[in-house]
Design a protein around this ligand. Structure first.
Ligand SMILES: C[S@@+](CC[C@H](N)C(=O)[O-])C[C@H]1O[C@@H](n2cnc3c(N)ncnc32)[C@H](O)[C@@H]1O
Length: 276
């Protein structure tokens, strides 16, 4: 691929999705574009990339190949457990119901883990709503189908495994199909966190875990601001362990619950010098 084409592709992805691909990821861009060139019959990579600008369907196909739907049930269990055991009940006792968003839900394991935990703790499911949102349309479809491979059960913590065993049955070929009952509690939508929540919400709890890391550092505050706008006052933002060290760019209050760092939406957002 011509270096200018590569630079144009990087810019297009950044502008539309916030996703950034440093030079060491060039191989990924090149190989996935080549796949789409073969699939679409385009004359070559340069022509394919030129045609992407006016072709949102094809752009989506490429985004599906470039995003990493890496996830598994009960990932970073302590945070999920804290949400289900403590934060959801606290919100329900305060305002009667709790709405949750898994921002960057990939194939859905995060949402389904929360449902399993909520059932495990006998929470009132009619007072809880759970939405998973992802930019990858294939992942959204997979999440809705509720079929997983053994690879989705990787958490080795005993407590997490015991809870998972209550809800998960493997078929003879090792596949996992979730029950309709469990699946009915979840909703999965396609969306782009960089562009906002398209009218979803307001949410009491947002999980943004292992997703912000794929967004260009300078654009991460924009994603956090979009999420903040879709949250209720007093709502909780739960970041992935890898993202916590970056903080929440000063637009959430940082708190510790049971030794775990969470972020809380409190008060109006102060205007930046540029906005004043
Ligand atoms: C590694 S997965 C994390 C899944 C889950 N949250 C977890 O912690 O296991 C990251 C997901 O973020 C999604 N993603 C990346 N950029 C996004 C954006 N701008 N809007 C919505 N989803 C995005 C990717 O498609 C991918 O499925």
């Amino acid at each position: 691929m011509n270096p200018d084409t590569l630079a144009n592709l990087r810019n297009l992805l950044l502008r539309e999705t916030g996703l950034f691909f440093p030079p060491e990821k060039d191989y990924l861009l090149v190989s996935q574009v080549e796949k789409r060139v073969r699939a679409t019959g385009a004359a070559g990579s340069d022509e394919y990339v030129r045609g992407l600008r006016g072709n949102s369907r094809e752009f989506q196909e490429l985004v599906n190949l470039l995003t990493i739907p890496e996830t598994y049930f009960m990932r970073e269990f302590r945070f999920l457990d804290l949400v289900a055991r403590r934060i959801i009940p606290e919100i329900i006792s305060g305002r009667g119901r709790a709405s949750l968003l898994s921002a960057g839900s990939a194939t859905g394991e995060e949402v389904y883990s929360l449902i399993m935990l909520a059932l495990h703790y006998n929470l009132p499911m009619d007072k809880i709503s759970l939405v998973g949102l992802d930019i990858n349309t294939l992942s959204v479809e997979r999440a809705r189908a509720g079929i997983f491979s053994r690879f989705s059960i990787r958490n080795t913590e005993e407590q997490a495994r015991t809870i998972l065993e209550k809800f998960i049955r493997q078929t003879d070929n090792g596949e996992i199909k979730l029950s309709e009952e469990l699946m009915n509690f979840a909703r999965f939508v396609h969306g782009n966190l960089f562009r906002g929540l398209s009218g979803l919400g307001p949410f009491d709890i947002v999980l943004l875990r292992n997703t912000l890391i794929y967004i260009q550092p300078g654009l991460r505050p924009c994603v956090l601001k979009n999420l903040r706008e879709g949250m209720r006052e007093g709502g909780y933002l739960i970041l992935g362990q890898i993202e916590i060290t970056g903080g929440a760019f000063g637009i959430f209050n940082q708190e510790k619950i049971e030794g775990l760092t969470v972020f809380v939406k409190k008060g109006p957002l102060e205007k930046t010098n540029q906005e004043k």
